[in-house]
Design a protein around this ligand. Sequence first.
Ligand code: ATP
Length: 141
Amino acid sequence: MEETKTAIGFKCEIVTPEGLIYDGPCDMVIVPGEMGELGILPRHAPLVSRTIIGEARFKDPVGGWTLLAVGNGYVKMQFDRLLLLVDTAEDAADIDTDRARTALDRAEAYLARAHEDDVDLHRAEQSRHRAANRLKVAGKA
Ligand code: ATP
């Protein structure tokens, strides 16, 4: 007998140090991976992978797509349960663009004096990347 194919989602949790950002069903999740975007559908093979600063999107079965700005982290998919564990995650609509612009200016000021001993180049670059990403994602809200 032919198997009946029904649309099934999977369980998705998005967690930051501040708590649970989303816990519910998903039809699809797209996360920024080191090699480009990683799209995850139901019944995906087991996976653990690093994720980078960028855009994450998830589609829940009723509300449609949600767009988030995310920091660095990890994604794990196993047994139709996805965990996205990231430093930061903000819904595009909740991003404070003035704050992001201030953070971007501050990071650029550090980078402008990158040759000086007290400047942590990696930290300034990451800060600039987070702020620029927030501005990009907020622009799509
Ligand atoms: P800032 O210097 O403005 O704090 P940051 O890049 O150092 O920026 P993070 O350490 O990445 O800040 O984030 C600290 C917390 O503040 C996280 O909870 C993050 O979600 C939140 N956050 C940071 N910037 C914004 C923003 N522009 N809009 C909304 N939330 C933000």
